[in-house]
Design a protein around this ligand. Structure first.
Ligand SMILES: *Cc1c(COP(=O)(O)O)cnc(C)c1O
Length: 403
């Protein structure tokens, strides 16, 4: 096996240089624990960016994948496979409505939602209704249209011209949202908690305004729950906190426990706007990822991980607040369920993350000033205490702050 230095050098030579990676190569994971090439143990409070909700190598997921991969891996969507149908049923039952399209990622799930909203809002009228309203600070993906939907101008600059049908309004500015939606709008696309934007919670008023504006103009309300869905925020879906129901919801990160899957679920009458040939994918909804996702949903249910996320998320926020209360360089600890961020008084989140990694705690600098924590939902109280102790120590260290 290569040393870490060899791996880093080889990666630089042959992989596109788009990632700012930490100098660690992981080889094994179990629950909330990771091991690197040197056999060192880490506490994982990032979970592969809110993906590993059931923990690394959960035995039920491992077993489901092993069994399915030995039975049938892929036949394409020209045929029926039982895991896909069963998974669609499960998502339908969790939401209480909807028809599903399976994609391979969050961005693709959002692409599906935007195409579907365009078809649906257009109806029988041939006048195009291309407008999509989204929030500043949002993140929806890296394809051209989901990049255009992403409310972070800094990510746009190098790729203009982008699709021009997106309007961005400040998060939680209900008046601006109301103003932006009109007869040319096909969709309002929102995260209920902005994940990549630094764990920023959308207010109930903002979401209710979006619902009302969509109803008034016949636009689709799309909630991008790629990061917040499936228990991450302490409810099955983040929108349940506000009691505002969307027309379309997109899912991805936690659904496949690391296997690539995305899902776009739309109300039946909206889903009916797609006809044969309107949308498709070669890999999406294959039997292996769908078997993994069925096992993930089983585990979330049988281990009570949604309730656990609510309870342990509250504990994590409370303990972080206590442990940083006397630190003037910590501005705020915020979160919903086990999606949490610590806001710092300056752009030293990257330094804090490196220092935490040196002390064997994995977190990430979601913005220059914020450290994000999104541990597996199976995290224990003892692991939370340990993570808080490490992170509070790092944040109190003047050498970390001053680089
Ligand atoms: C991660 C994320 C995406 C993009 O998902 P990919 O699988 O990387 O394409 C989209 N929306 C939200 C809210 C996300 O957190």
């Amino acid at each position: 096996m290569s040393t870490l230095d060899e791996l880093i050098a080889a990666e630089r030579a042959v992989h596109m240089q788009v990632y700012g990676r930490q100098p660690v190569a992981f080889v094994r994971g179990q629950g909330c624990v990771l091991w690197d090439t040197a056999g060192q143990e880490y506490l994982d409070f990032l979970g592969g960016i809110a993906v590993m909700s059931v923990g690394h190598s959960h035995p039920r997921v491992v077993e489901a994948v092993r069994e399915q991969v030995g039975l049938l891996t892929h036949v394409s969507n020209l045929f029926y496979t039982e895991p896909q149908v069963r998974l669609a049923e499960r998502l339908h039952d969790l939401l209480g409505w909807g028809k599903v399209f399976f994609a391979n990622s969050g961005a693709e799930a959002n692409e599906c939602a935007l195409k579907l909203a365009r078809r649906w809002a257009r109806g029988t009228d041939d006048g195009a209704r291309p407008g999509v309203v989204a929030a500043l600070g949002s993140f929806h993906g890296r394809t051209f249209s989901t990049l255009a939907a992403t409310g972070q101008p800094g990510k746009h600059d190098r790729f203009t011209p982008l699709p021009s049908w997106f309007t961005h309004v400040p998060l939680n500015d209900a008046d601006a949202l109301r103003e932006a939606v009109g007869p040319g709008t096909s969709a309002v696309l929102l995260e209920v908690v902005q994940g990549e934007g630094g764990v920023r919670v959308a207010s109930e008023e903002f979401l209710k305004t979006a619902r009302a504006a969509c109803d008034e103009f016949g636009a689709a309300l799309v909630f991008d729950e790629v990061q917040t869905g499936l228990g991450r925020t302490g409810t099955w879906f983040g929108f349940q906190h506000a009691g505002v129901e969307p027309d379309i919801v997109t899912l991805a990160k936690a659904l496949g426990a690391g296997l690539p899957i995305g899902a776009c679920v739309a109300r039946e009458e909206v889903a009916a706007a797609f006809g044969p040939g309107d949308h498709a994918t070669t890999f999406g909804g294959g039997p292996v990822v769908c078997s993994a996702a069925l096992a993930v949903l089983d585990v979330i249910e049988s281990e009570g991980l949604v309730e656990r996320s609510a309870a342990l998320g509250a504990l994590l926020v409370e303990r972080l607040r206590e442990a940083t209360a006397s630190n003037p360089h910590v501005r705020e600890v915020r979160g919903l369920g086990l999606l949490v961020a610590v806001e710092l008084d300056g752009p030293w989140a990257a330094a804090a993350v490196s220092a935490a990694l040196g002390r064997r705690l994995v977190v990430n600098n979601v913005t220059p000033t914020a450290v994000r924590l999104a541990p597996p939902l199976v995290v224990s109280e003892e692991q939370i205490e340990r993570a808080v102790e490490i992170l509070a120590g790092v944040l109190a260290d003047p050498e970390v702050r001053d680089g």
